[in-house]
Design a protein around this ligand. Structure first.
Ligand SMILES: [Zn+2]
Length: 110
């Protein structure tokens, strides 16, 4: 009987450990150095004029503007495709000026 009791105890301990581990993973993913999707622009950003962090187009932040957060800063984009491209390599878009990319993008479309 005592043997069976300790087996149950071990099982319960393992289950508790398993439920704690995903929480550890979440806190790593929440680190500010990782670019992540901004579910919704904060109220303080709505109505603000900014430039698309991907192509440099001027845009006004709306409730449904695609956004990303990186290094505790919010970035906004024309569409989800541009946001996804930014998420894959945020440093690339932060290290070059949007204006220089905008002029090359304008040339490409003409
Ligand atoms: Zn854009």
């Amino acid at each position: 009987m005592t043997n069976r009791k300790s087996t149950i105890l071990i099982t319960v301990t393992l289950l508790l450990l398993a439920s704690v581990l995903p929480g550890v993973g979440n806190s790593i993913a929440g680190s500010s150095n990782i670019a992540s999707v901004l579910a919704q622009p904060p109220a303080s950003d709505i109505g603000k004029k900014t430039v698309c962090a991907y192509c440099g187009m001027h845009l006004k932040v709306k409730k449904d503007t695609p956004g990303a957060t990186y290094n505790n800063k919010n970035y906004y984009f024309c569409d989800e495709m541009e946001r996804d491209a930014f998420l894959k390599n945020p440093e690339k878009y932060i290290s070059t000026t949007p204006a220089s990319r905008a002029s090359s993008a304008a040339q490409a479309t003409q």
